[in-house]
Design a binder for this molecule. Structure first.
Ligand code: NBX
Ligand code: IMP
Length: 808
């Protein structure tokens, strides 16, 4: 049957879906309805839903081939896609039928959906951005492949033991992943180490010492209503030989299996460090492994239908999600020179015609650098080519009669600087918010920008309104549909229509009701999962993101403690009742971030036990924040905390999700907060603190945090309480390092911004007192969020960067 016909039928007939589920339960899962577990039902439903995607998937592929479309290859070490079943059901528009079908089997649909483990193949914003982009590329009709690694273990699970973070392994693949198709025919040998030899005919050959197989697993990615379906292709590492025969024949079975174990280590686990690269050989191998496999796959696809490899840029746009796949530059040059016989200069131009690079951070310590000796050992041919690329770039910019500043050397101080390599290998380089792109030009890439003034472009991030509004917030979604009709899901600009309704008392009431529904759901969730009781009528004030000093969860908890002090001193002070919610993981090796987690939990323990303030302040930190928890928290938020040190958060995407769901932002002028303010208006956002330029200036002038503390009695009081062990009586010295850092160093300007933050929070309290005005602001946050749909972002990339069609 025609794919869309099948979809249409499934939409009109729950019976069809019911039969399909029943058949899958019997014949794919091998269970009767009587014996099926929740997981069995989930597998059966997932398979039945997947079936509906397959025909449109083939149709999409056929169209791409028939129209010979230029394809986008999105190379990313991380795809933080979360759960897939509910999302597919939503995209296909078959939720009613799925619910009814499960109901007829006597099974609770919500429990089935909730049984799915998150695919946590990412650390945070960067990985989740890749997932939103997949959704949007399928929705707007860009011919695209996501390419990444099929990690056996995603991001670790976080538990708290006495308030300290404990990491536990994540094991999503121990159950069958019902969405993927193994592609046994798409397997590539990927080499490491060895020698580079010159052949008689002048060609260079790389003879690797070690080879690992990259095996493809495809997951279909359906866009809205299944009209277009792209592919996420993840590579799994396999040994070239299952057994080493020599030890095997000796009877040493462990030794025989050892090479296989080693090879498969490459796709074993996601590195949990979202900055400060570890410089580990295994990480470098992961990067080369998936990049090389992806390039080989796309070159194969091109060559199958085109004669002239020099035309590759007409049909291929590769996007490098940060520098993690930056080895794509030299690898593509190697393929073109060593395997297709192009001259180096031409090969480099062809490669650069295909490649584009997205930068996600300006922090120098987070920019990847690989030691030259490690590179020579693991990737000798690539190292030769990197030297060649560096040299060619120097020559070409010298010819333009410009001096060559040190800062544009790819190889420097015994390291290969991957940011510079990516920049020089790319046709376009982009930042992820207007402010971040501007700072890129002025800081990390200043000299390269001067040499290549047309290369850097901005593409402000976005998020998919399907998952982050329609899916996670049905209460608000149905109100929006009533107000503007269907269509906003793929054209979020339509929400502008509700702006005038901010002055309509009836609409405001319904908007607030939807928010209350979500707050009630979160209250139940906290009770059920953590046995925490909160007051659903209090303000829900939420900061959820990786724990990082620059994101300043520390400033948030210090301010909470200062507010608590003030409540006790002045019991009649007008503090709004608040539940302050934190969520997020710390990199396992990031000691200060882990200490901040412990401090939040210690202060929480003290404050939550205080009868005097219980009606006004609660501190809650649910462990193991992930995509599916975000889907519960974000719709329930009244206040969104976006308080990074200005100039340090490249964009943020959580900030967009909160505003879309009608939360007001308290934040600094950083990343995309700047663009949020432009759209919601100054009166509907709480902006405070130093600007990026002021932060730079303060640092240059020798910022002294002790003076800031001395000037702020409230801050001084809290710092002293922490230092004296008020929150950690069993270990008064616990926060010595943290306090010393605040008093003596404070690179992230917590002390400098503290008073401004405290004052902004009191403005929030005052605003909360007027429920009508608050609701009005909430409506005016949702209304102008069209700009932050990742559909807009993807159309921007399609036009300004990739030069591909966006058309279903
Ligand atoms: O990328 C984040 C930025 O911090 C956010 O401001 C931005 O909104 C988001 C999307 O553009 N960066 C990020 O999430 N980085 C990582 O997760 C990361 C992971 C591994 C690694 C380095 C960084 N080695
Ligand atoms: P690939 O693009 O070669 O990775 O193949 C992906 C899917 O597209 C496979 O199911 C192929 O059978 C199919 N396919 C490959 N070439 C063509 C073509 O020329 N027209 C239509 N489909 C194709």
């Amino acid at each position: 049957m025609h794919g869309l016909q099948a979809l249409a039928r499934a939409r009109t007939a729950s019976g069809d879906l019911e039969n399909a589920i029943h058949d899958h339960l019997l014949y794919s899962i091998g269970k009767t309805t009587a014996a099926a577990s929740l997981a069995d039902w989930r597998m059966a439903l997932s398979r039945a839903v997947r079936d509906l995607v397959v025909d449109p998937w083939f149709e999409t592929t056929r169209r791409i081939y028939a129209e010979d479309r230029k394809r986008v290859y999105y190379l990313s070490m991380e795809f933080l896609i979360g759960r897939l079943l509910e999302d597919a059901v939503l995209n296909l528009g078959i939720e009613d039928h799925a619910r009814r079908a499960m109901y007829r089997f006597g099974v609770n649909y919500d429990e089935v959906v909730d049984d799915e483990p998150d695919a946590a193949l990412g650390n945070g914003g960067l990985g989740r951005l890749a997932a939103c982009f997949l959704d949007s590329m399928s929705t707007v009709g860009v011919a695209a492949y996501g390419y990444g690694i099929r990690y056996e273990h995603g991001l670790f699970k976080q538990r708290f033991r006495e308030g300290w973070q404990i990491e536990q392994p994540e094991d999503w693949l121990t159950q069958v992943h019902p969405w993927e198709f193994q592609r046994s025919e798409s397997v590539y040998p990927i080499g490491f180490g060895g020698e580079v030899r010159q052949k008689e005919d002048g060609r260079t050959v790389w003879e690797p010492a070690e080879t690992v197989l990259a095996a493809a697993y495809d997951t279909p990615v359906p866009g809205w209503r299944g009209r277009w379906v792209n592919t996420l292709r993840l590579w799994s590492a396999q040994a070239t030989q299952v057994y080493d025969l020599e030890p095997f024949s000796r009877g040493d079975y462990l030794a025989a299996a050892a090479p296989a174990v080693l090879a498969e280590t490459i796709s074993r686990v996601l590195y949990p460090d979202d900055s400060t690269p570890q410089g580990k050989e295994l990480r470098l191998k992961q990067e080369f492994f998936f990049t090389a496999a992806s390039l080989r796959d796309l070159v194969r696809r091109f060559v199958a239908h085109h004669k002239d490899i020099r035309k590759l840029p007409e049909k291929v746009a590769v996007q490098l999600n940060d520098t993690h796949p930056a080895i794509a530059g030299p690898e593509l040059v190697r393929i073109l020179v060593d395997e297709h016989g192009l001259e180096f200069d031409e090969a480099f131009l062809v490669a650069r015609g295909c490649l584009h690079y997205t930068n996600h951070t300006l922090m120098p310590e987070a920019l990847e650098r690989w030691p030259v000796d490690l590179m020579w050992r693991v990737l000798p041919r690539h190292m030769q080519l990197i030297e060649r690329i560096d040299e060619a770039h120097a020559v070409s910019t010298h010819a333009a009669n410009q001096p060559r500043p040190d800062s544009v050397k790819i190889i420097d101080g015994g390291n290969v600087r991957m940011g510079d390599l990516a920049f020089i290998s790319a046709r376009k380089v982009n930042g992820v918010s207007a402010l971040h792109t501007d700072l890129m030009k002025r800081t990390v890439f200043r000299d390269l920008h001067a040499l290549h003034p047309d290369r850097i472009v901005n593409q402000t991030n976005g998020v998919t309104p399907r998952r982050w509004l329609a899916g996670c917030n049905p209460a608000l979604a149905s109100l929006l549909t009533e107000a503007v009709g269907h269509g906003w899901e793929t054209d979020l600009e339509q929400l502008k229509v509700i702006a005038p309704l901010a002055d309509d008392a009836g609409f405001r009431t319904r908007f607030s009701k939807a928010k209350q529904t979500n707050k009630d759901l979160l209250t139940k969730y906290l009770k059920a999962k953590l046995d925490i009781t909160v007051d659903p009528t209090a303000m829900f004030d939420i900061q959820i993101k990786r724990i990082h000093e620059y994101k300043r969860q520390l400033m948030n908890i210090l301010e909470a403690a200062a507010a608590w002090n003030e409540m006790k001193r002045n019991p009649s002070a007008p503090f709004a009742p608040r539940v302050r919610i934190f969520g997020g993981k710390a990199a396992p090796g990031y000691a200060m971030a882990k200490l901040i987690i412990k401090l939040i939990n210690d202060i929480g323990r003290t404050v939550n036990a205080d009868e005097e303030t219980r009606d006004r302040l609660a501190i809650v930190y649910p462990p193991n924040y992930n995509v599916s928890m975000a889907e519960v928290l974000i719709p329930a938020a009244d206040l969104s905390e976006q308080i990074s040190t200005a100039g340090m958060e490249a964009s943020g995407t959580g900030n967009m999700k909160f505003a879309m769901n009608g939360a007001l932002t308290i934040g600094t002028l950083d990343g995309a907060n700047v663009e949020i303010r432009e759209r919601v208006g100054d009166e509907n956002i709480f902006i405070f603190g130093k600007t990026a330029d002021e932060v730079t200036e303060a640092r240059e002038q020798g910022y002294d945090p002790s003076a800031a503390i001395a000037a702020s009695p409230r801050l001084a009081e809290v710092v002293e309480q922490i230092a004296s062990g008020l929150f950690s009586p069993e270990d008064p010295e616990r926060y010595r390092a943290l306090v010393d850092n605040l008093r003596g160093h404070d690179w992230f300007m917590v002390c400098a911004d503290f008073d401004a933050y405290y004052a902004a929070q009191r403005e929030v309290d005052a605003a909360w007192a007027d429920k009508n005005a608050w609701a009005r602001s909430a409506v005016l946050n949702t209304a102008p969020m069209g700009w932050f749909s990742s559909d807009r972002t993807i159309r921007g990339y399609a036009k300004d960067v990739w030069e591909v069609d966006a058309r279903v």
